[in-house]
Every structure is written in C-alpha cells, then in structure tokens.
Design a protein around this ligand. Structure first.
Ligand code: KG4
Ligand code: ZN
Length: 341
C-alpha cells in the first residue's frame, strides 16, 4: 500500500510517500522543508512564525513528494498526519491539510503520535525489529524511556522532569554563541574537546525511578559561562561541549541500564533528533555490548523530524483499523485518553 504522510509538529514541514508491504517499508520520497534559518534569527522556534512557514510550504512539498514517488493522489491508499504532541498552531496546519486532502479524495486518514513516529523511524531500516523493546527518545522537546509493548501500544517508564536533552544542548550552544540549533555543532566540538576538564552534575535522578532532570546541569554550565565572562576568562567551547556531552551520555547510560534490568528487556531502540549525536551513539553501542542487548538506531537522516517515520507508524496503526474522521483535532500535549473522532 502507498502511504502519504505529513509532519508539522515543530519547525520542519515534511511530506513523504512510502510503499509498505508485509514487513517492508520502502521510502519513495521524504521531503523536508526546514525552517531553521528563519528561527535562527531569534535563537529558538517562534510558534507563530512556524505556523505561517508550514502554511507556505505544505502544498508545494506535497506535490514534490508525490512527484518524486512517481505517483498521483489517486494511487495513495492511506493518508497519515502527526496530531500530537507539538506546537498547536504548527500541528493544526498539517492536520487540516491532511484532512482536506483525505476527504476530498476519499482516502482513509490516520492520526499519529509524534513520539511513536520517531520510534517507527527504526522500522524502516530494520524490518527485523519487533516489539517488545525499550526505546530511548530524545529530541528538542522530549526525553523519555518508553516500553514499546507492541507497534501501537507504548508506555512511558521514565521521563525528564524538566528540560529535554535537545533543549539543554541548544541552550548551552546558544550561550556559547553557536548557531541555532546548537546540538549538531556541540557534537562536533565535543569530539575535539577534553571531556574531563570539569565535572558537571548528573542528569540521572538519584532514585529508583527512570527519570532525568537536565535543568540543573544546564544551569550549572550557564552559570559557569556567565562567571567566566564577567571575570574576562577565556573558555574553551570544545571542553565545555565535551564535558557536557559526557555528562549527558553518562546520565542516559545509568537510567537505560536500570530500565534494561528492571524490565528484563534486552532490546534497545533509540530515536529523536538527539539520537544523531555521535557520542550518544557510541555510548549506546558500549551499553548494548555490556548488557548483551540488541541495539537499533536510525540513520542520521531519519533521526530528526520527518514524515517517513509518520508513514511507517501509520502502516502499523492501519492494521488496527482506527481511522480518523473530519472532526480530527490537534493536541499540544500527548493524548493519553482515547478521543473518539
Ligand atoms: O526530533 P527533532 O528534530 O525535533 C523535535 O521533535 O524536537 O530534534 C531536534 C533536536 C534539537 O534540539 C537539536 O539540537 C538536536 O535535536 N540535535 C542534536 C544533534 N542533531 C540534532 N543534539 C545533539 N547532537 C546532535 N548531533
Ligand atoms: Zn521530533
């Protein structure tokens, strides 16, 4: 079946066409219109600007996605769209566009949870991956440890109590004058810095929970940078990036190890924009070896927000037969209760 999917939850407008058959999900097109250069001027995503940019991009990227897939709308069997969580105005653009296209062309529509979508990015490249497994999802807005019971049933077993990892990466990067979003450049700097130049507070909460707190780590580094500036001291961005990244990786390792032990599941999946981080990927490989676990990671191009991952999740949701209707809405926070459309 051919699936056309949309993703517009934050600052990327994406449309993708995939062809799904049995275990195989083949990406025919995955067009991403990034708004990063627009938001970079403000050092972060401006929700109103994001919504406008989605409106401007969504039609043309849909044509592009269909054209690249060499299909027309009458050859699409299913339309899917992210409807939560995310920026409400941004989500509404995708939801309304997808609804209009689906109902005008009499194509079934499915609503997708963004986090499930990130996890599903792994099903594209690893068709052998099957639940149950433990997923670590880290992006600009989310940091969670999730027990994936089956393709459509997920359970959050650990989460950040404050900042997401991507948010912390971006904030530290911003204070050091790195271009927005700072995560990618922090990754590069960390590779050449001294990770042991200072010890920073862990983001792993010291208790039996699988929760994190990254605001203390972020504030500690922000204070360190401000103090150095006031004293006119030179700082090494490379060293700060390296020590910060090391602390983040160690924090994640502690809680993932705990999750593997508590839940007795030795299959680990990583997803979300931060999963592109090379140091995190190395740490996860190390952890998988130490715990004798299988490890699945998406390739870098599927880590960030994209519609192919939404299409991949839609393929599995389709099998449950839960379709959306014209009253489908968008939700800024995760929908925990089933809402009848
Ligand atoms: O999943 P995503 O594209 O959007 C959200 O759903 O938030 O994640 C974006 C986040 C940003 O905070 C960005 O700085 C971070 O992922 N990121 C990275 C790297 N590449 C992207 N963080 C650390 N290292 C990277 N290589
Ligand atoms: Zn995301």
């Amino acid at each position: 079946m051919n699936i056309l999917a949309f993703e517009s939850s934050c600052d990327e407008t994406s449309a993708s066409v995939v062809c799904a058959k049995e275990e195989e999900i083949v990406v025919l097109s995955n067009i991403i219109a990034s708004q990063i250069s627009v938001h970079a001027l403000y050092g972060g995503v401006v929700p109103e600007i994001a919504s406008r940019a989605h409106v401007e991009a969504i039609s043309s990227i849909t044509y592009e996605a269909l054209e690249k897939a060499n299909l027309n709308i009458s050859q699409i069997d299913l339309i899917a769209v992210t409807n939560s969580p995310g920026l409400i105005g941004a989500l509404l653009v995708g939801v309304n566009f997808a609804k209009a296209l689906a109902f005008a062309n009499n194509i079934p529509l499915i609503a997708i949870d963004h986090i499930k979508g990130h996890i599903a990015a792994n099903y594209i490249e690893h068709p052998e991956l099957k639940p149950p497994f433990i997923a670590f999802v880290a992006s600009g807005g989310h940091t969670s440890i999730i027990k994936v019971n089956n393709y459509t049933d997920i359970e959050t077993i650990g989460r950040t109590r404050d900042d997401a990892i991507g948010e912390a990466f971006d904030k530290v990067g911003r204070i050091m004058g790195l271009p927005y979003p700072g995560g990618k450049e922090m990754d590069r700097l960390a590779s050449i810095g001294n990770k042991d130049f200072a010890k920073f507070p862990s983001g792993a909460i010291h208790d039996d929970s699988l929760d994190f707190s990254f605001s203390g780590l972020k504030t500690h580094i922000v204070n360190y940078l401000h103090t150095a500036e006031q004293r006119g001291q030179e700082i090494s961005k490379e060293d700060v990036a390296a020590a910060f990244t090391k602390t983040v990786c160690e924090s994640v390792k502690i809680k993932l190890k705990q999750a593997i032990e508590i839940h007795g599941i030795s299959k680990l999946v990583v997803a979300g924009g931060v999963s592109a981080n090379s140091h995190l990927r190395n740490m996860l490989t190390e952890l998988a070896n130490q715990t004798n676990s299988e490890l699945y990671m998406p390739s870098i191009s599927l880590c960030g927000d994209n519609a192919a991952m939404i299409a991949a999740q839609a393929y599995h949701e389709y099998k449950t037969g839960e379709f959306a209707t014209t009253s489908l809405n968008a939700y800024a926070t995760k929908v925990t209760k089933k809402i009848k459309n």
